[in-house]
Design a protein around this ligand. Structure first.
Ligand SMILES: [Zn+2]
Length: 342
């Protein structure tokens, strides 16, 4: 067992049984916001081309919600923030459930569970990509590098990609398939070096036809979103128009377009107001936060922590939960406890 696994096991053993007691001992209201992405059954083919930090199985999600209901009052994010701003009473322990990107599997596999357990949630949509065949560049990269059939094509790939592969393979020429760990590292490197638009352009020069999932629709469409929205249980927020990261490389025009126009587009389609925003990849330059403040009541980041009354409602923390770190009750509770802070 690796050192990391030992620490994780120790945390689960020590923290999990006592964590809820410690949470209840605090008197000031706190809000835990959970961050999910995809919900994929164990036999779903997309699991083979998805980063481990991107999905939970339906059974794991159902278990999480049962536990959350035991220890927290589950609320809509916006409702908690509005009450906090108005000085109204709040539950001591509140939790809000969020999903990023608007994956079609949220409709197919999360929606039935949320309905069955009557759990409210916010799903952050990409206004321009709804219902399209769009594939995120990390998914395209995973498909490319996990398929051994592409090994022979490597010599024809552009230098940047072969250099990146060599970097995560510790300098040696790597044969496909790369491990998911290597691909995770490669994606992290690409994110730090390039914008999303650059990555799409760079990948556009690589022949991915052999691994393209023709006919696969990854993202939900407006009809599916409307059905969930009409239930009143699910609210929709904006995650920009095209998943553009809002760091210092984003121009004022891009910020305006991605932050403000995305809200208007979603409101037109769903005929309801959109009041919450989610920064892609958690990135937010000061100009982006200013625009978000002017357009939304709340916004969420990827900073792993709980929230308190002093938290900025436009920079709310979230705790990401996925299959490989939260598939058992002790692992889930330990994950929450480690983010709870002092
Ligand atoms: Zn996203």
């Amino acid at each position: 067992m690796s050192v990391n696994s030992r620490i994780k096991r120790l945390a689960e053993t020590v923290l999990a049984p006592f964590a809820p007691l410690a949470w209840r001992a605090r008197s000031a209201p706190r809000l835990l916001v959970l961050m999910y992405h995809r919900v994929l059954p164990p036999d779903h083919p997309d699991r083979a081309c998805e980063q481990p930090g991107m999905y939970v199985s339906p059974g794991t999600l159902a278990m999480h919600l049962r536990l959350l209901k035991r220890y927290f009052e589950i609320v809509h994010l916006d409702d908690w923030a509005r009450r906090a701003a108005g000085g109204q009473p709040l539950p001591r322990l509140a939790a809000a459930v969020t999903f990023d990107d608007g994956w079609r599997d949220n409709y197919a596999h999360a929606w039935p569970i949320l309905q069955a357990q009557a759990v409210p949630a916010t799903i952050y949509l990409l206004a321009d990509l709804m219902g399209t065949q769009y594939s995120f560049w990390p998914n395209r990269l995973v498909r490319l590098l996990r398929d051994p059939r592409n090994d022979r094509a490597q010599s024809r790939w552009p230098d940047w990609l072969r250099l990146e592969i060599a970097a995560v393979a510790c300098g040696s020429a790597a044969s496909l398939p790369l491990s998911m760990q290597q691909i995770d590292a490669l994606i992290a490197r690409c994110k730090s070096l390039h914008t999303d638009t650059e990555m799409l352009g760079l990948l556009g020069t690589v022949d991915t036809r052999a691994v393209a999932d023709a006919g696969n629709r990854d993202l939900m469409n407006w009809d599916e979103a409307r059905e969930m929205s009409d239930s009143g249980l699910i609210r929709f927020g904006s995650h920009t128009r095209r998943h553009i990261r809002l760091d210092s490389r984003a121009t004022p025009d891009v910020l305006q377009d991605e932050i403000r126009e995305s809200r208007l587009a979603i409101e037109r389609q769903l005929r309801t107001s959109v009041t919450s925003f989610c920064y892609p990849n958690g990135d937010h330059c000061p100009a982006a936060v200013d625009l978000v403040r002017a357009s939304y009541a709340t916004a969420v980041t990827t900073r792993r922590a709980w929230n308190s009354l002093s938290s900025d409602p436009h920079l709310l923390n979230r705790v990401g939960v996925h299959e490989d770190v939260s598939s058992t009750e002790p692992a889930f509770l330990a994950r929450l406890a480690l983010a709870a802070g002092a």
